[in-house]
Design a protein around this ligand. Structure first.
Ligand code: NAD
Length: 258
């Protein structure tokens, strides 16, 4: 089995490659990344040390993607993952990168008759819908309440029925457009795919920024003795109520979760 991980030097792609390499040594793995994310270049040497193939390439360019050759599975992690993309920069850039880049990846996977895992995001939901969620307070955490106003949400979590309309940031919109197009690739080009919508994860090999990777960003800010800042959405009702302690620093008020 040969597996291509796009965004292979990024946080998720890098960790997936290491996990697959450790647990499934018979898989042939290749990571591809344009190393645009600051810090991602530091993950490349760790990949090479493990004997994982790495290609410097950009998914917006089909020729660079095709360097990967024959593959059985494509795990698509490459994207500009910033929620500020298109807001503080020209929208065209993030649309080209995330949407047109993804179209190339879908085309490539379809041509290869490969299966595809698409890393989408919880940002495909609008802040308005997320802010309408009802919570119940427990001793140490908030949990989703049993009774909710919107469809597709229960105490068990959010399902595929949860509304995806309304503004969601350019980032969320590009990722959602990718999800929509995947259905067409499945219907007309036979592409087999899985979509994973997740969010706010953290770990090693992550180079957090204010606009993405907030836990890693906070840790770095703490060690550099800089103030904790973050942006994002959700939990409006609890603004100013919850607090987060960071390794003995003064506690920071949690207003939003990015
Ligand atoms: N980390 C999270 O909390 C989170 C949450 C929700 C969704 N996601 C999604 O998961 C995927 C991986 O996220 P991550 O946290 O690893 O982000 P990341 O920024 O650490 O990794 C993405 C990698 O893609 C590369 N890249 C960007 N554009 C590229 C292009 N055109 N061609 C080739 N490489 C390109 C970057 O250099 C980077 O190394 C993304 O699609 C993101 O939207 C992440």
């Amino acid at each position: 089995m040969r597996i291509l991980v796009t965004g292979g030097a990024g946080f998720v792609g890098f960790n997936l490659l290491c996990y697959l390499n450790d647990g499934y040594p018979h898989y042939r793995l290749v990571g591809l990344d344009n190393l645009k994310r600051l810090g991602s270049e530091q993950n490349v040497s760790a990949l090479l040390k493990r004997g994982i193939e790495f290609l410097h390439g950009d998914v917006r360019n089909m020729h660079e993607l095709q360097q990967a050759g024959t593959v059985d599975v494509v795990i698509h992690c490459a994207s500009d993952a910033s929620v500020l993309g298109g807001i503080t920069s020209p929208a065209e850039l993030i649309i080209q990168n995330n949407l047109m880049g993804s179209v190339n990846v879908f085309e490539y996977a379809a041509q290869q008759h490969a299966r595809l895992i698409y890393f989408s995001t919880n940002r495909i939901y609008s802040c308005e819908s997320l802010n309408a969620l009802a919570y119940a307070e427990r001793d140490s955490r908030l949990v989703l309440a049993k009774t909710q106003k919107l469809s597709g949400v229960s105490a068990r979590g959010i399902s595929e029925e949860f509304p995806v309309m309304l503004s969601k940031t350019f980032y969320g919109a590009t990722k959602y457009c990718g999800e929509v197009l995947l259905q067409e690739y499945a219907a007309y080009k036979g592409l087999r795919y899985v979509i994973n919508r997740f969010g706010v994860i953290s770990g090693s090999g992550q180079f957090g920024m204010e606009s993405q990777g907030v836990i890693a960003y906070w840790l770095r800010q703490h060690f550099e003795q800089k103030p904790l800042k973050y942006i994002g959405s959700g939990l409006d009702k609890w603004a100013g109520h919850a607090e987060v302690g960071m390794l003995g620093t003064p506690r920071a008020t949690l207003v939003y979760i990015a």
